[in-house]
Ligand binder design. Structure first.
Ligand code: PLP
Length: 476
């Protein structure tokens, strides 16, 4: 092409490609539409059904232009109005999320400014925000200053990174894999078994330790199991404790587990994805020993009520983390290692990533920590309130939970499982409040998980009313 052709062509392309850089006036107009959309979403939220069985039908990417208004309309119909409204206070299934507004603003700012948070040199400010969030988490869980950590997409990836560090610290490879054992309870989150498979430890021995009547891992039996394995020449590699089990809200006896791990020089991993932030309040005593873990994960998108997409991992053994994620690291001097860990990319499988630090940092700095603590305490009390009310209605309830997940069933004289399942189906069809079910001790049970920041006494009362009226319709 001759230079004039190139210039003419560039001119034409410029006109088209410029559309991606929306001018200020249009930006304001569009943002106004977006803002009024999200405002209506929020104001309608408390009274709306929290669950719909409707499925989306017209979300295929067309490659052609649409107005923001028509796209918001489509989003409303096909995304907002299908499935579970996880932003609602009436969502009490699985482990509720949230979506505090300050974090949404932070995401917006992070996306518009788009700093490269992964490498200190590229954005010392953004990398420092990430690192300061990790430092704050270290103080929350009383981890040493020289521990390292990463902000990841969630608990599953955080577990994966922690177990990778454990594997490398203990050099679990080749023949050693099938002669090593991992100790865990049946209540561990399945992302741990999944992580073991992903990191090549599928053939490791999984030792499921029995639990006590509160679904906490039984440390006495654990100690015996480990001794037995050691006698049989099995290498005790990893012990997993859970601080807040997903199904039953139990906190394992972490300090006892830490003793056993220490005695046998095992890697002690604590999964605090759901329960971790309850350490900030009245249940702190349950977390005794958590600071003795070699690695720990916690999900700000659960207990800090952030929008989905924020997990965190803390790991004490810097060298093993650098070994997995920065391969020449163990030949480096400490000073160099200190510089290395300023860049999030060196301690994470991710290089380029969303600047997640801001969505944790900004809400904490904007609100201070107190409203977060109050919100968590409120959830604990609401759980107690709910259990008392359900017992009054004649329901059987599971053991009193350590945190804010509890389960219950109606003691029908016959076909209890079938009828409780029916009860669950009726509640899902009503959709006023969303609860989920599980099978615990071979019994079909209905779970309530109270963690959404918008869940208030009114939402719990609404759940109780829905449960009562659903029960009536079965009895009739
Ligand atoms: C939710 C949860 C996970 C998985 O976290 P994601 O953020 O969903 O990937 C792991 N462990 C526990 C205990 C959890 O509650």
């Amino acid at each position: 092409m001759d230079i004039n052709d190139i210039i003419a062509k560039l001119h034409k392309l410029d006109e088209q490609s410029r559309e991606l850089d929306i001018p200020e006036f249009e930006r304001r107009q569009m943002m106004q539409e977006v803002q009024s959309f999200t405002d209506s979403f929020l104001s309608a939220l408390p009274e709306q059904k929290v669950y719909s069985e409707k499925k989306p039908t017209s979300l295929a990417v067309s490659g052609t232009k649409h107005s923001i208004g028509s796209l918001l309309e489509l989003y409303q119909k096909e995304v907002v109005e299908t499935g579970i409204k996880a932003a609602s206070g009436n969502f009490m299934g699985y482990i509720p999320g949230g979506g505090i507004y300050a974090a949404a603003m932070a995401d917006f700012i992070a996306a518009v400014t788009n700093p490269y948070a992964s490498v200190y040199y590229a954005s010392p400010g953004a990398a420092t925000v990430e690192n300061e969030v990790i430092n704050w988490l270290k103080t929350v869980f009383e981890f040493p200053e020289d521990a390292v950590g990463s902000l990841l997409s969630g608990g599953s990836i955080s577990n994966l990174v922690a177990l990778t560090a454990a594997r490398d610290a203990h050099q679990i490879k080749n023949e050693k894999i099938k002669n090593s054992a991992v100790y865990l309870s049946e209540q561990v989150h399945h992302s741990l078994q999944k992580a073991l498979r992903i990191i090549g430890l599928e053939d490791i021995k999984l030792r499921y330790v029995p639990m006590d009547s509160h679904h906490r891992l039984n440390a006495v039996v654990l100690a015996e199991m480990v001794e037995q394995d050691v006698q049989n020449g099995i290498y005790p590699f990893l012990l997993v404790g859970t601080a807040g089990t997903t199904d039953t809200g139990a906190v394992d006896p972490l300090n006892d587990l830490a003793d056993i791990a220490q005695k046998h020089k095992m890697w002690f991993h604590v999964d605090a994805a759901y329960g971790g932030f309850f350490i900030l309040g009245s249940r702190k005593h349950l977390f005794k020993g958590i600071n003795r873990a070699d690695s720990l994960i916690v999900d700000p998108h659960k207990g800090m009520f952030l929008p989905y997409g924020a997990g965190a991992v803390l790991i004490k053994d810097k060298a093993s983390v650098l070994h997995s994620h920065y391969y020449t690291a163990h030949y480096m001097q400490d000073a160099v290692a200190d510089e290395l860990i300023q860049s999030p990319a060196n301690i994470s499988p991710e290089l380029t990533k969303h600047f997640r630090g801001l969505r944790v940092w900004l809400p904490l700095q904007l609100h201070g920590i107190e409203p977060f603590k109050a919100c968590l305490e409120e959830k604990l009390l609401l759980t107690e309130y709910f259990r008392i009310k359900l017992k009054e209605l004649g329901f059987s309830v599971g053991p009193s939970p350590d945190l804010s997940v509890s389960y219950f069933w109606y003691p029908f004289e016959e076909d209890a499982d079938t009828k409780n399942r029916q009860l669950m189906d009726i509640m899902h069809a009503k959709g006023d409040v969303y609860l989920s079910s599980s099978v615990i001790d071979n019994r079909f049970v209905i779970r309530i998980a109270i963690l959404a920041f918008r869940t208030k006494k009114e939402s719990v009362d609404r759940a109780i009313e829905m449960i009562a009226s659903s029960l009536e319709s079965i009895r009739v």
